[in-house]
Design a protein around this ligand. Structure first.
Ligand code: THU
Length: 134
């Protein structure tokens, strides 16, 4: 899909964010290797720690639709839109969750309300993810 279109979808998803406490609205549009798109937005909770970020909402949507089977590494690219002028990278928890489903080629595009401001592979944001239980 055209990156511009993915950006527009992330921006539209951001409009649905539920962020009454931080007032920081985030939207995400995630494209899979099978060319499906899933969107997400952050949704907060009065018990602040229960807040879920836009990126994890989009990943959860994709997993719920069956994208993680048979191929675990289904993320081709994603766009995250925030209101900040300068690029706002995903939080550490989201980076760890993304790392579970990204390939070494997956692209993360950060955007403000006008368009993409930074594009990089996941490894630039998270060079050393947790990856072993033994
Ligand atoms: N947030 C996201 O949606 N994604 C991130 O990667 C960082 C933070 C949300 C969580 C919370 O609702 C608000 O932004 C402020 O932290």
């Amino acid at each position: 899909m055209e990156l511009e279109k993915l950006f527009e979808m992330a921006k539209a998803a951001r409009e649905n964010a539920y962020a009454p406490y931080s007032k920081f609205l985030v939207g995400c549009a995630l494209e899979t290797s099978s060319n499906e798109v899933y969107t997400g937005c952050n949704f907060e909770n009065l018990s602040f720690g229960a807040t879920i970020c836009a990126e994890r909402t989009a990943v959860g949507s994709a997993v719920a639709a069956g994208e993680a089977r048979p191929s675990t590494h289904f993320i081709k690219q994603l766009v995250v839109v925030t209101q900040t002028e300068s690029p706002a990278p995903p939080c550490g928890m989201c980076l760890q969750v993304l790392s579970e489903f990204c390939t070494s080629e997956s692209m993360i595009h950060l955007a403000n309300l006008s368009g993409i401001t930074k594009s990089a592979k996941l490894s630039e944001f998270l060079p050393h993810q947790f990856e072993s239980l033994t």
